[in-house]
Design a protein around this ligand. Structure first.
Ligand code: GLN
Length: 474
């Protein structure tokens, strides 16, 4: 059976009678089975997905099907689905079953999308290579000796390897955009608060955003359109009206684009990525867009700010896993303190423990002002400086990642090296702005290269319209 690039193609074939949802789901299940070695899924909802496909085939026949009939998607193991396990890629939540669904997932199911399984990820979203999962690392289809990126590695590979059409990931500091770049697919982090966070296991609540992996811009836009919007269950979810993202239309033909010289001139950037980016910028210039360098001297401060604030928030959020309320409880318990200590030590992996310790330190009475308060102030400055650029330009274009996908194990011994993978993605996270990663080529080892486009808050419609132009210019 053919491999589908867009829901539109699938719908076409469904309509022509060349395809049924049941055949489609079977095909994806086969692809999952044949590529078990990539370790993209923690759990596959085989029987359920097939039963639902049958129902939707019937609904299609009766002309009663929703907008997403024919869309098969997977969910990162940080998103809750009613009566299904969710573990955050962690031992501490092994066998934990959710009693409700994330609002975003519910919205897709209501439009007749089919959920096919739960995808591997870095523990509680902390990582850039998917090597911090209690379920083992995920491998990149382009080269199984290399990482898929993280933390939503399984979700990215599932789309890359044709195991589903779309995946839902979460992006706190780049966890959708970075793996999308490493796997050669489209990855969106919408504006913070655009999609309800209800049913997303919290990592750093002022950063956490549900994001979308897809093969095409149009599917990404459609899925966002359906998931976005206010939600009584999440007070921080924005009430800003949801436009028709999927129309991909914009009045403007040409745009003003800023690129950050600091992000292009840095030694950290792999030369082939620099070349691909410069080539793209030249193409955009030739197509009539205004493309100009705008200096952003604060770039070096974004990553430290991100890691101070997110570890602080994580240390608070993860205190709920205490051996008493959820998941793992140590059998070696003599009193309350040993219950907490042993359950958490046994349940959490090394990176999560490191972040809890770091976060507890930056929030401690003696260091709170020196680290946490200072980082909050710097966050505000980064927001202001970025806003300033976006008040004059439609988009900021930077690489998604400093390098293409690296070898498994290459950075596991040195956390700082690993954190560097987020160098360019954290700006949109610290500012809450929407950003998308698009595939723009490959390096000499045939590994995908991603370009990242950032824009003003709630301007996703413009972001999609421009993305479509940018990819078409290839
Ligand atoms: N790699 C980053 C981190 O480890 C981003 C993670 C994410 O976006 N969930 O924090």
């Amino acid at each position: 059976m053919k491999s589908y690039h867009t829901l539109r193609d699938i719908r076409n074939d469904l309509q022509l009678g060349n395809l049924t949802c049941q055949q489609l789901v079977k095909q994806y299940l086969r692809n999952i089975e044949d590529q078990r070695h990539l370790n993209a899924f923690i759990e596959v909802y085989e029987d359920e997905a097939l039963a639902r496909a049958k129902e939707i085939d019937q609904r299609l026949k009766e002309n009663q099907a929703g907008k997403l009939a024919g869309l098969v998607f997977g969910i990162k193991d940080l998103l809750c689905l009613d009566k299904h396990q969710v573990s955050g890629g962690s031992k501490i939540l092994k066998n934990f079953e959710s009693q409700f669904s994330a609002t975003a997932i519910e919205a897709l199911l209501k439009e007749d999308a089919i959920v096919i399984g739960r995808q591997n990820c870095d523990e509680f979203g902390m990582g850039s290579s998917n090597e911090n999962s209690a379920y083992g690392p995920v491998k990149n289809t382009a080269d199984p000796d290399k990482v898929p990126g993280g933390s939503s590695g399984g979700s990215a590979v599932a789309v890359q390897a044709d195991m589903c059409l779309v995946s839902l990931g979460t992006d706190t500091g780049g966890s959708v955009r970075q793996p999308a770049a490493f796997c050669g697919i489209v990855g969106l982090k919408p504006t913070y608060s655009r999609i309800s966070r209800w049913g997303l296991l919290a990592y750093a609540s002022s950063f956490d955003t549900i994001g979308i992996f897809s093969r095409s811009i149009e599917d990404n836009a459609l899925v966002l359109e359906i998931m976005a919007g206010a939600d009584g269950k999440d007070g921080t979810a924005s009430k800003t009206p949801v436009p028709s993202y999927s129309s991909l239309s914009q009045d403007k033909e040409t745009f003003k684009i800023a690129y950050l010289p600091e992000a292009i001139e840095t030694d950290a950037l792999q030369p082939e990525i620099k070349e691909a980016l410069q080539h793209k910028l030249e193409e955009l210039r030739e197509a009539g867009h205004t493309v100009e360098p705008v200096s952003f001297p604060m770039l070096d401060y974004v990553l430290p700010t991100y890691y101070i604030l997110t570890t602080a928030e994580a240390s608070a959020n993860l205190s709920r896993y205490d051996g008493a309320h959820f998941g793992h409880r140590s059998p070696q318990v003599s009193d309350l303190e040993s219950l907490y200590k042993n359950s958490r030590t046994e349940g959490f992996g090394e990176e999560v423990r490191r972040r809890i310790l770091l976060g507890t330190f930056v929030l401690s009475a003696s260091y709170y002002d020196a680290y946490y308060t200072k980082a909050q102030k710097v966050r505000r400055l980064i927001q202001e400086e970025t806003q300033k650029i976006l008040s004059e330009y439609d988009f900021i274009v930077i690489p998604t990642t400093p390098t293409t996908a690296f070898k498994l194990g290459e950075h596991t011994k040195n956390p700082l090296e690993m954190y560097m993978a987020d160098l360019f993605t954290v700006q949109a996270s610290v500012t809450g702005l929407p950003a998308i990663s698009l595939p723009i080529g490959k390096d000499t080892e045939n590994m995908p290269i991603g370009i990242q486009i950032m824009t003003n808050a709630f301007d996703e419609a413009k972001l999609f319209a421009f993305s479509k132009k940018l990819i078409n210019h290839r």
